[in-house]
Design a protein around this ligand. Sequence first.
Ligand code: MG
Length: 243
Amino acid sequence: MMQKVAWYAHEDAHEVSPGEDPLEENPIPGLLRFEGDEMVTAWHLDGIDTVIFDMDGTLIDSRYDWVAIREALEIEGHSIIDELNRLESPKREEKWELLRHFEHEASLTAEVKDGAVDLLAFLREKGVNTALVTNNSLDNVTFLLDRFNLAFDTVLTRDSGLYKPSGAPLLEVMRRLGVRPEQCMYVGDYLYDIQAGREAGCGTVCLVFDRRFCAEADISFSDLRALLSYLKRAPGPRESDTF
Ligand SMILES: [Mg+2]
């Protein structure tokens, strides 16, 4: 089973040579270590057989101007979905249409994040389940996944009626895949992702790109390539039957 240690990945990572490891009493073979880390920690990923991803900002670079969008939608609260759902008709439908317009515009210029294709291919090769949980719409997600030729074992969008920061959408994909929360790693780029992952009881909650909330996540990586490198090198998955 998993053994928790915290681990932060930086671009200047290097593999620690024998004799250089401050945790010599109990070294972890193949674990990347980083200069300047006060507390270097790591997860063994034994038992993790499902990786669930957020989409925007995690796998896809969509360049939303959320400040301008919130202003146009006259949203003051934190959750745009909650705020729009509270409106009365016909304002509610009008604002939803406007949000869909912004989302479609962003998708036209979106790009796939560096490392996303390789990471998904690696997981597929290892027989690990992959899932996508996004607060974006089904139409937009279908458009983007087609455009970048990305595939998952299951995809859940806000059209399901379930959305983050609730853990409910994550629990729904676990139900579909027949896996337990402790078998899942959730990868996102924002506070809502951490909150949803925690609420769903995911074995590992992983944050990429956004360093503001690193302390709240189990593991943080500067980019998807660093995460892929960790998954390739982490001793747990390589020794486990399921990863
Ligand atoms: Mg995101």
